[in-house]
Design a protein around this ligand. Sequence first.
Ligand code: GLV
Ligand code: MN
Ligand code: MN
Ligand code: MN
Length: 394
Amino acid sequence: MATINDLSEGEIGQNRLVYSPTWIEAQKQVIQWALKLGLTVTVDDFGTAYMDVPGTDHPDQVIATGSHIDTVAQGGRFDGLYGVLGGMQAIENLLVTEGHPKETLRLISFSEEEGSRFPDTFTGSKHYTGAKINLAMTDPDGIHFDDARQTAVAQLNLPGVKHDLPDLPDTFTELHIEQGPRLIDHQLQIGLVTAIVGQRRFTITVKGIANHAGTTPMDERADALEMAVTLISQLRDQAHQLDSGLTFTVGEMHISPNTSNVIPGLVTFTIDTRSNDEQILDNFEQIIHQVVAQHQEPKITSTVNRWAKSDVTHLDDQLLAANQKTADKLGFSSTQLASGAGHDSQIMAKVTRTTMIFVPSIDGISHAPEENTGQVDLLHGVELLTESLHQQAY
Ligand code: GLV
Ligand code: MN
Ligand code: MN
Ligand code: MN
């Protein structure tokens, strides 16, 4: 799958932004492998693929697993994709060794989770669970979500593939790399996820006045970038001072006109904040508004737009306890931990019993080209998932 990648000149890692030509190729590949395995494939309006082995006794009871196939820009090979291909491997293992399940087994390849192209996150699982998505939103090139979506989904209309939105499953298990250093630092093989952090993402727009770099005196400028730097450094200092475990990241910035001899007239930048505590997120949101309000000037104005909000999510205790027992039985060293990354599981948990299995990330690196997990660790995760699905569906 890592060869299905569209890097531009000078880029490294994996680019599979939702509804791009590479994304279409990748989702087609997943579907083709599923068809070859004999799974029944359904694709919904957002391009999420649902790949079923119908249950022999209780076909309406659905035990689901899966993750997402999109990546961040210049991301790694495992975030998301491991849960899709690992899930497919687990289902293949079960078909070979145990035959058909009593309950339906479903592999889900979600269309989008990362929020890397359009200003929304988890749009695949949100659509599945009935949340409304703003179809008019645009990517940085001005392409509408709905246009990109329709063009891409039309290409998934392969022979043998149904078009529908299936019923929700009875359980959902997501296999994923940890994306952080805790398992690798403690030499543990498996992480069982108790909860997922809440997130808020914002875009700050700073409007100044573009002007000549050489003729505009220093005290007569309305430099939007200078203001952006001030805002970022004050907010970062506040985030540090809180000392609450809140994470604060400015990961994206656009400078206009972005040329060496013009004072920047317009700057936009994003803020990503996360915490296990809603109160801390709410307080920091207030701080963002306060700091921005304190820095309004006659010729430089700034606005705040919050475009993503997800609450702290607690996953299912019983499924976690069952997976803990199974991990112990299989002889895997493990720990229970909260996830600092967002996952489709936090959306699925709103509608069904949901659990997550983590495997170690080498050097704790993720959302980067160096993202990696040892092959043996990858196999351990699949083994635990296989056993978990076996207990639930056979
Ligand atoms: C998605 O991977 C996120 O946690 O940002
Ligand atoms: Mn992921
Ligand atoms: Mn990710
Ligand atoms: Mn993620």
